[in-house]
Design a protein around this ligand. Structure first.
Ligand SMILES: NC(=O)C1=CN([C@@H]2O[C@H](COP(=O)(O)OP(=O)(O)OC[C@H]3O[C@@H](n4cnc5c(N)ncnc54)[C@H](O)[C@@H]3O)[C@@H](O)[C@H]2O)[C@@H](O)CC1
Ligand SMILES: Nc1ncnc2c1ncn2[C@@H]1O[C@H](COP(=O)(O)OP(=O)(O)O)[C@@H](O)[C@H]1O
Ligand SMILES: [K+]
Length: 516
């Protein structure tokens, strides 16, 4: 588990490290600069290769662009370190002298001692590398005037761009482009990954991202305790180990209420995904027209079918009596039969319910259903997990898609807290909240997963993990994380464009195998 810091949280960590714990700011700055310098050295040697036969030595030319904040201070230290190593370095500083921070001034005075010049006009030369040290986490408002001109100019140049801490112009908190932003090839960020570099559009401006430890003490991070966290591969050990003496009842029974007269695939995908995360038994409740298709796709699935409202309710009642976890919604439509089944499940089931897709559209149209079982949810006896994408969330909350995209973490958490449920707000970066202080933000996966049925697979995975005995919140986080990893494996195997929902299911086993 690793924290992702907002701009404000990172500045607090900085401040506590320096002012309360006593680590000198310049020590942190030198370590930040060293980290950037080393990465440039790895990629560009001092003398350019392949140009010896011209008869003269060609040196790598580097332009460092700074403001007079501490990000600029990092930049000056990078310029000095590279110049000491023999690179040809020019430094261009924007900004008023009066705004210089103390650490910037120290770096500037070292420059004076060494006789390195800082220019106050954008140099005309050609550069191999540009180091962007204009703004870091201190960026506050939209960028205008000379700063905008300089950033536009950097983006027009053919050089390789290295951003110090974060590309200038990206909000470290929201990932928003503050009017204009540097498009980096590499971003070397200090201490913690920033939220704004994880979400879009910010992520798209970072290029390759490296997080460097520059000595912020854990104590400072613990004192701030950032609100957002993500998982990496080490977190797969949160999965339950399978019991060698277990039987199919031990590993959980999942009811998948999915599909309708017109739709059969959703039930197949969700049920199959529930099996692949380890469920002992999966029973599909679907329209009778789907019996042959589901049976053919997944002979392992148990099945019960309905053909009208009355038999739909019987199906839902059977699921309530049989299952440990019920997934309801993929492809069920929004007709009377679907509505009756959802109502029956929400009012009667005493376990974890996962509601997806059409189930969510029905909830939007019948908000009173959200209240059924809320008291039992408050006491922790049962749980409700919802998996809306932003459009479905918009229908549920009445907020616009733009409003939700502006603050997905806040919206996800607020809704989860207000309705006592686990909310999985799906997008390119999916958030999971159970209303608690900390929100999970997923960082696995890729745009190849924007393919029909991908959400059905996720819903089946969450239901299956939860039936295996993992708490609903953890099942939602791990489900989202593994779903993304499956997307990343499928991307390597087939290429992004060729990923299908079915190909995601095939990747689940290898991901889980070493941990379960
Ligand atoms: N405190 C320290 O000594 C350390 C700071 N570090 C670096 O310092 C950065 C943060 O430094 P600062 O807090 O000084 O801020 P920045 O260097 O990010 O920003 C510079 C200044 O620009 C001004 N500004 C903000 N938005 C503007 C806009 N739209 N147009 C014009 N001016 C604007 C702000 O007033 C700010 O003081 C980090 O990102 C990191 O790179 C790290 O080196 C670690 C150590
Ligand atoms: N650009 C993207 N990057 C990463 N994951 C994505 C991206 N676009 C979609 N996804 C993921 O794919 C899934 C799509 O689910 P959903 O919208 O419900 O599709 P469907 O209804 O077709 O199954 C979600 O888990 C979502 O997070
Ligand atoms: K920067």
């Amino acid at each position: 588990m690793r924290f992702l810091a907002t701009g404000e949280e990172m500045q607090k960590i900085d401040q506590i490290s320096i002012e309360q714990i006593g680590i000198p700011g310049l020590v942190l700055m030198e370590r930040a600069a060293l980290a950037v310098t080393e990465e440039i050295e790895k990629r560009f040697s001092r003398i350019k290769t392949g140009e010896h036969d011209t008869g003269r030595t060609a040196y790598t030319r580097i332009l460092v662009v700074t403001e007079r904040g501490n990000n600029g201070g990092d930049g000056l230290a990078v310029a000095r370190m590279l110049a000491e190593k023999g690179y040809l370095v020019d430094v261009y500083c924007i900004g008023q002298v009066s705004r210089a921070t103390e650490s910037y001034k120290v770096q500037e005075s070292i420059f004076g001692q060494l006789g390195i010049k800082i220019t106050e006009d954008f140099p005309n030369g050609e550069y191999d590398v540009i180091v962007d040290a204009i703004f870091g986490v201190g960026l506050k408002r939209d960028i205008e005037g000379i700063h905008k001109e300089v950033i536009d100019h950097i983006n027009d140049m053919p050089a390789y761009v290295v951003a110090v801490d974060i590309p200038s112009g990206i909000s470290a908190t929201t990932g928003r482009v503050m009017n204009v932003a540097v498009k980096a090839d590499l971003t070397v960020t200090m201490g913690l990954m920033k939220v704004g570099m994880t979400v879009y559009p910010g992520h798209g401006y970072c290029g390759e991202i490296l997080v460097k430890d520059i000595g912020f003490p854990d104590k400072a991070v613990d004192m701030v305790m950032p609100e957002i966290f993500t998982y990496d591969e080490g977190d797969l050990n949160r999965l339950n180990k399978r019991r060698p003496d277990g039987n199919k009842g031990t590993f959980g029974k999942v009811a998948v209420i999915a599909g309708s007269q017109e739709i059969s695939g959703a039930a197949c995908l969700a049920a199959s995904a529930a099996y692949r995360v380890g469920s002992g038994m999966v029973k599909v409740y679907t329209h009778k027209d789907n019996r042959v298709i589901v049976g053919g796709y997944l002979p392992e699935a148990l099945m019960m079918t309905y053909q009208d409202e009355k038999t739909a309710v019987i199906c839902a009642e059977n699921a309530c009596a049989w299952a440990d976890v019920i997934l309801i919604g993929p492809g069920i439509g929004t007709g009377k039969e679907a509505e009756c089944m959802l109502k029956t499940v929400l009012e009667n089931f005493k376990g974890t319910i996962v509601v997806d897709a059409d189930g969510l559209n029905l909830l939007s149209a019948h908000k009173e259903l959200l209240a059924s079982g809320e008291i039992s949810r408050q006491t922790g006896n049962i749980a409700l997990v919802i998996t809306p994408h932003v459009k479905e969330m918009s229908r549920l909350t009445g907020k616009t898609v733009a409003e939700l995209k502006e603050a997905p973490v806040r919206e996800c958490r607020t809704f989860a807290e207000a309705e006592t449920l686990v909310c999985v707000l799906k997008d390119a970066r999916t958030c999971v909240s159970d209303g608690g202080v900390h929100t999970y933000m997923n960082t696995s996966g890729n745009d190849g997963m924007a393919t029909a049925g991908s959400g059905d697979v996720l819903a089946g995975m969450i239901a299956g993990l939860s039936a295996g005995g993992i708490s609903p919140t953890e099942a939602a986080r791990l489900g989202v994380y593994i779903h993304g990893l499956a997307g990343d494996r499928a991307k390597k195997r087939y290429g992004k464009a060729a990923i299908t929902a079915g190909s995601l299911i095939d990747e689940i086993g290898p991901i889980m195998s070493s941990y379960v």
